[in-house]
Write a protein of this length. Structure first.
Length: 311
């Protein structure tokens, strides 16, 4: 397996990352092309395949040595069929993306959503690499999650496992994009922090308030900002406690822009989590920051392809 090379493809709303990754996780080369979804799936797929072939040529790698491709993207997917059922970011619906990519690349292709793929990357080479069971939480516009057990993504019956952002945590809470009220992501996402900060009268350094501004204000002794953060951390600990009591993970990996706050977020979160989870669950579960950053997706995607070859 040491000479095996897989393609990792991480489809974002603006750019598509493509990487050539060895079986040990070593990245030979990577780059990106514009996503431009408005051109349609067929032209999109051709652009990605052309770039992947270009990357192999530039690095003097024979196309025949590529064993397959893994793909991660933000979408509701039918993983078994390889279909994009709906991608809000790309404005696609009912697209047989795996079939299109397999024809363009002439390689087997595996696909999963971006949160699962990032979780797999962290479990393979990042903060969850020593864990039997890991839960990866993304704090961004919403709250995403991915579960990895024994090195493999746990998807559930309809590939919806890990949707921790939609755990109901607060009665009579705010309306979530999913149509329910009181979901975790209405209280603990970066979007939720900023909304709460604005409602409390906080103003950003440049006028436009961000989560980073709120943590900075709290660090300067602003009690209102600290109250916003305390509230966010409390609800996040409630959601993590529910998830951990179900999964009993070795590690919870936190990723997304909010984690840049470091111990200002993680220390009180660990303390609150210890009060919410069962004692026997909390004492074996570490809460740690992600290690791979923006590389988690493309590495996890390559891992999907490598696992398919090994199975």
């Amino acid at each position: 397996m040491s000479d095996v090379i897989a393609l990792g493809i991480d489809i974002g709303g603006t750019n598509v990352k493509v990487a050539l990754v060895k079986a040990d996780g070593d990245v030979i080369a990577q780059g990106s092309v514009p996503t431009a979804p408005e051109r349609g799936p067929e032209i999109f797929v051709k652009a990605v395949a052309d770039y992947a072939r270009q990357l192999t040529r530039e690095n003097e790698i024979e196309w025949a040595t590529i064993v397959g491709a893994g793909v991660g993207m933000a979408a509701f997917l039918d993983v078994e069929r390889g279909w994009v059922e709906e991608s809000v970011n790309l404005h696609w619906r009912d697209v047989p993306i795996v079939e299109l990519l397999e024809k363009a690349l002439d390689k087997p292709v595996r696909i999963d959503n971006d949160a699962n793929v990032a979780a797999l990357g962290e479990a393979w080479l990042g903060a969850g690499r020593k864990a039997k069971t890991s839960l990866c939480i993304t704090l961004g516009t919403g709250v995403g999650g991915g579960i990895v057990i024994d090195g493999h993504i746990h998807r559930g019956a309809s590939t919806m496992a890990g949707e921790i952002g939609h755990i109901h945590v607060k009665n009579q809470g705010a309306l979530c994009n999913c149509g329910h009220y009181g979901c975790l992501e209405t209280l603990s996402s970066a979007t939720a922090i900023v909304r709460a900060g604005k409602e409390a009268g906080l103003v950003g350094a440049d006028g436009d308030l961000t989560a980073k501004d709120i943590f900075a204000l709290a660090g300067q002794g602003n009690d209102v900002a600290q109250g916003v953060i305390d509230d966010m951390i409390y609800w996040l600990a409630v959601g993590l406690g529910v998830a951990a009591n179900l999964l009993n993970p070795n590690v919870i990996v936190i990723t997304g822009g909010v984690v840049n706050a470091g111990e200002a977020l993680l220390k009180p979160l660990r303390e609150a989590f210890a009060k919410e989870a069962l004692i026997r669950v909390a004492r074996v579960c570490e809460i740690v920051p992600a290690e791979l950053g923006s590389e988690a997706g493309v590495l996890g995607a390559a891992r999907l392809a490598l696992q398919a070859v090994a199975s």
